[in-house]
Design a protein around this ligand. Structure first.
Ligand code: ADP
Length: 589
């Protein structure tokens, strides 16, 4: 899992900093000047030692040989004890000594590489039955140590340490850590001081025990003999190579650490929390990346939708605009068509009115011209019928009566046509006058009475005494009254005909009632149109023109009144008309 995180992190770093990865890969250990390097070797397994075949072995030997192989060096291993090796280094008999802790005192004797190879510290191991819980327990004890070691003579070595605590103990100085553990194991010493790497690897074999007393933590380097002209090259090369090996987790350096120290040796291991943080970071980056990808996709999708929507709306607007345009054109066309038609109609109408006016004028003239000869025909026929022109037989009398009646009828028709033509031609004018209504009634009754008597009908009349003089066109009112009274007599077979004239505040009310044949409800209005006859009146036997009531309505309405009929078929009819009361004429109330 850790490796997966690390791999991902490396990948990220690779993408972020590709140039640094490339330049690292291009590094080279090669040198153009192959050299023989003398390297000291002492017995401190597993760090460095001579194996059973007499070959250099251990962590330092492996690293040193790897670098030599990379750089093309020949290594000459020079064996000795620790102290002998350090002396050979000081005397220039060897070029390099591995596994040397840096101290200021040693820096006066040797050169050191800058990059440390290992971190180490020293520890006290006790013999069987010896109990050491702290540095104070060293009081009075015999302690085996490595001669010349920094953990013995160094500023933080065991001698300086016990002196600082005022502890009295004795030291036995030996040539190797193996001798130290052998002495402790044999009981020749109570305790021994070795590096923790050696101790961890050999404590079981020598039956010695770790104590909690740890001291002198130190960085371990390659040390070089002084004044060697190769030093600058050797130190720089070794520093570069060690640096690169430490940077590469899969390098020989880490494989050697694992091989020689296992889990017991501290490595430059990246702490767990770094893995977790890196993993967390990677996860966050992935989540953020994923989130931003999803968001971007959503935004893109929404943008696409909105764009499509906008395009659709624009298209719809364009369609609508075009429709409006077409509609406008259509409306304009229709309007101008209608205007043309309306103009044409107006023109036709004006033309028709003109024609109608000509017709009315023609009819009026014609009617007038016809009436004069017709009147004389009717007059002479009557003279002959009455026997004033001499005796006539019965047959002749009947013929003359027919001529007389038809003549009268024709005259009535001509009179009606004349009146309507005049009205249509706009030539009919009202001749208003003030006249006593009773006088008019008397005259009309006198005219109608013979006709009523002939049919044995009762003719009565009533004039409200409040009415005296009225202001109207007397001749027209007379014509109207004669027409509707004549109709009543004509369409009543038996019973009565009655004329009533009353008044209210505003109107005179004239009504003629009869007990005649009556009129169907749906015909009450049409009988006021020209040439309309309804019911039995259409059948022969009732002479008439169908013009009378049309003329009556015109005459009454021209004087500001109204005329209408009320009737029940078979029971009789009532014709009513009103005339406005002229305010100057005081009713007799
Ligand atoms: P005319 O009497 O010459 O036919 P009018 O215009 O005076 O023409 O009357 C129109 C029609 O109205 C008549 O033909 C008749 O059918 C009907 N009419 C008028 N007055 C009466 C009435 N008093 N009773 C029944 N029908 C009537």
């Amino acid at each position: 899992m850790k490796k997966l995180y690390f791999l991902s992190l490396c990948l990220l770093l690779l993408f972020a900093f590709p140039s640094s990865a490339v330049s690292a890969a291009e590094g080279s250990f090669a040198t153009e000047n192959p050299v023989t390097v003398r390297v000291g070797i002492y017995e401190n397994a597993p760090k460095i030692f001579t194996d059973e075949d007499g070959n250099a072995s251990g962590f330092w030997a492996e690293i040193t040989e790897y670098i030599a192989q990379q750089e093309g060096w020949d290594i000459e291993w020079v064996h000795g004890s620790w102290e002998e090796c350090l002396n050979m280094l000081a005397n220039g008999e060897i070029d390099i000594m591995p596994d040397v802790a840096y101290t200021e005192a040693r820096a006066l004797l040797y050169d050191f590489s800058e990059v440390s190879v290992l971190t180490s510290w020293s520890r006290i191991y006790s013999g069987n039955g010896v109990d050491i819980g702290s540095i104070l327990d060293l009081e009075g004890k015999t302690i085996a140590v490595l001669r010349g070691s920094v953990n013995v003579e160094g500023p933080e070595g065991i001698k300086a340490l016990v002196a600082a605590f005022h502890i009295n103990c004795s030291f036995v100085e030996l040539n190797s850590y193996i001798e130290v553990f052998e002495l402790v194991s044999d009981g020749g010493a109570d305790a021994g001081v070795v590096s923790k790497d050696f101790g961890n690897n050999h404590q079981e074999a020598y039956d010695v025990r770790q104590t909690p007393v740890i001291f002198q933590p130190s960085q371990i380097y390659f040390a070089f003999t002084m004044d060697n002209p190769l030093n600058a090259y050797l130190i720089e090369t070794i520093d570069t190579d060690i640096g690169e090996l430490k940077d590469d987790k899969n390098s020989v350096y880490y494989r050697a650490l694992e091989k020689w120290f296992g889990g017991a040796v501290e490595k430059n291991v990246i702490p767990d929390w770094i893995w977790w943080v890196a993993g967390g970071l990677l996860l966050s980056i992935l989540l953020l990346g994923g989130g931003s990808f999803i968001l971007r996709s959503q935004v893109n999708a929404r943008t696409r939708e909105l764009t499509e929507e906008v395009i659709k709306r624009k298209q719809a607007e364009e369609d609508l605009r075009q429709s409006y345009g077409k509609l406008e054109v259509l409306v304009k066309e229709r309007t101008s068509e209608l205007k043309e038609k309306s103009d044409a109609l107006e023109e036709a109408n004006a033309h028709l009115q003109e024609v109608n006016r000509h017709k009315s004028v023609f009819l009026a003239n014609m009617s007038h011209e016809l009436r004069t000869p017709l009147n004389s025909i009717i007059g002479y026929t009557r003279l002959m019928y009455d026997g004033l022109e001499g005796d006539i037989n019965e047959e002749q009398k009947q013929d003359l009566l027919a001529v007389y009646n038809n003549g009268k009828n024709l005259l009535e028709l001509i009179n009606g046509l004349l009146d309507l033509s005049k009205i249509e031609a706009g030539k009919m004018v009202m001749a208003y006058e003030v006249f006593p209504v009773s006088n008019l009634v008397k005259e009309i009754i006198a005219t109608i009475e013979p006709l009523a008597k002939e049919k044995e009908l009762t003719l009565t009349h009533y004039v409200d005494p409040v009415i005296d003089n009225i202001y109207a066109d007397r001749a027209k009112i007379r014509q109207v009254l004669l027409n509707i009274l004549g109709n009543s007599v004509k369409f009543t077979l038996q019973g009565s005909v009655k004329l009533d004239i009353t008044a209210d505040e505003d109107n005179y009310i004239f009504s003629v009632s009869d007990t005649g044949i009556g009129i169907e409800k749906e015909n009450l209005e049409v009988i006021f149109d020209s040439f309309v006859q309804v019911g039995p009146a259409q059948i022969a036997g009732y002479a008439g023109t169908g013009l009378g009531l049309a003329v009556c309505r015109q005459f009454i309405e021209m004087q500001g009144g109204r005329i209408w009929a009320e009737s029940e078929l078979g029971k009789g009819s009532k014709f009513i008309f009103t005339l406005p009361v002229n305010k100057k004429i005081i009713l007799n109330r």
